[in-house]
Design a protein around this ligand. Structure first.
Ligand SMILES: C[S@@+](CC[C@H](N)C(=O)[O-])C[C@H]1O[C@@H](n2cnc3c(N)ncnc32)[C@H](O)[C@@H]1O
Length: 409
């Protein structure tokens, strides 16, 4: 039998103590092996290389204990054991995330918890954890030494106005839970293991009665009517066009979506409602203010960047690379800059001018995208004075979308 024992700095419970006393093999990180009474004759397996350590534990014929931090069923070793066909007895301790929120006295059923562990390509582990944390009012990030240090997250979270904490070595005698307030502090080395907590001070205690932890899934409606957004001279992507655009942008927690030539910011707002970190680009200050207002009215965070695209892309420091980009304004020059320089997985372009369709199609294809498109011209039902219905045409728009083969990964 393999028993997994979680450690949180508190005393071992009676079941954990008994399992340990009987164990003839005990595996764990050095700090965990040092924290408990390992029986004198037991084989000690230091967990550095997880696969090798688990081979040794699963090959052991007597009772074995695997020591792990917090709740080993939460981003922990229980998954790896089950993947190997082992059904362990699990004795959890308090998760580091629960402890970190407890230390700052904040409820966390409404928090997203993002693990930055893992080896997905193009720095995705860090980027998606940060994107999820920036899009949500309350987040915990499970960091990792070297590949996902707190400094990879803290500056952007501070810039976004979050209250930011690093909870270091929870449960250990040298535990420290520190509030980080300035940029220099954000870059400091931190003791491991640690958890980063980011809280929007205005939404630290959400009034809504949460029933589903973390992100609430798809919003309670999308492709919202134009009337739901303040706009200038009807400069707002029509609901029907937005519906198709959203389908091809695939906004969700952990993704970064840019809305370039954002107009009212309706696309950015809708992407944020799906849990993406949304960034809106507009050239005029008044339009940028309107976008901020629309984001606030919908209760979502949208980062707004004022300036002329594509030049403005260079000026915005610390911007996360986009997974998907909607180009609602700016034309082929902006599409080319996006496709060639940022290489997002998905690009969606709305064009009114027909002569640009071929140009944009070709440049997306040349940049390695699989391109498709459609013309959309919604004809909406409208009432005639006698009460009968007519079709009221809106302006035709050509929507092009390009996807790289990695988009589905
Ligand atoms: C693989 S996850 C394990 C999580 C664990 N199962 C739990 O419930 O706490 C490892 C990450 O958890 C966090 N962590 C684990 N123990 C911690 C501790 N004592 N203090 C702070 N963070 C800790 C760190 O972010 C670390 O990189």
């Amino acid at each position: 039998m393999i028993t997994v024992v979680g450690l949180d700095g508190g005393p071992l419970g009676p079941r954990a103590a008994a399992a340990l006393a009987q164990a003839t093999c005990v595996a764990g990180a050095l700090r965990h092996l040092a924290a408990v009474p390992v029986p004198a004759g037991a084989t000690r397996v230091v967990m550095g290389d997880l696969a090798a350590a688990l081979r040794e534990v699963t090959g052991h014929s007597g009772p074995a204990v695997v020591l792990a931090s917090g709740d080993p069923g939460f981003f922990g070793v229980v998954r790896a054991l089950r993947e190997r066909g082992v059904h362990p007895d699990v004795l959890p301790a308090v998760s580091s995330v629960a402890l970190a929120f407890a230390r700052i006295g904040v409820p966390w059923d409404d928090a997203v918890v993002a693990s930055a562990h893992g080896r997905s390509g193009r720095g995705r582990s860090v980027r998606r954890a940060l994107a999820a944390a920036l899009a949500h009012p309350k987040a915990a990030i499970l960091t990792a030494p070297v590949s996902a240090e707190p400094r990879a997250f803290l500056p952007a979270l501070l810039r976004a106005g979050r209250d930011v904490y690093v909870a270091e070595r929870l449960g250990a005698p040298d535990e420290a839970v520190v509030r980080v307030t300035d940029a220099a502090d954000a870059e400091r080395d931190r003791a491991h293991p640690n958890v980063v907590i980011a809280v929007d001070p205005e939404r630290a205690v959400a009034p809504a009665a949460a029933w589903l932890p973390g992100h609430q899934g798809a919003p309670d409606g999308w492709a919202l009517p134009e009337a739901d957004f303040a706009h200038r001279d009807s400069m707002v992507t029509k609901a029907e066009v937005r519906a198709v655009a959203l389908a091809h942008l695939a906004p969700r927690p952990g993704t970064v979506v840019w809305d370039v030539g954002a107009g009212s910011g309706s696309v950015a707002v809708e992407c944020a409602r799906f849990g993406a970190h949304a960034v809106a680009f507009e050239r005029a200050a008044a339009d940028c203010r309107r976008i901020r207002g629309n984001a606030a009215a919908h209760g979502v965070a949208v980062r707004v960047c004022e300036g002329e695209a594509p030049g403005v892309f260079e000026r915005v420091a610390g911007l996360l690379a986009p997974d998907a980009v909607f180009v609602g304004g700016g034309g082929p020059g902006v599409v080319a800059a996006v496709a060639e320089r940022f290489r997002p997985d998905r690009v969606v372009v709305a064009l009114a001018a027909l002569d640009r369709v071929r140009t944009v199609y070709d440049l997306l294809e040349a940049a390695g995208y699989e391109v498709a498109g459609t013309q959309l011209q919604p004809s909406r039902l409208a009432a005639l004075p006698d009460g009968s219905l007519r079709l009221a045409a809106t302006n035709p728009v050509t929507l092009l979308w390009g996807a790289r083969s990695t988009a589905a990964a």
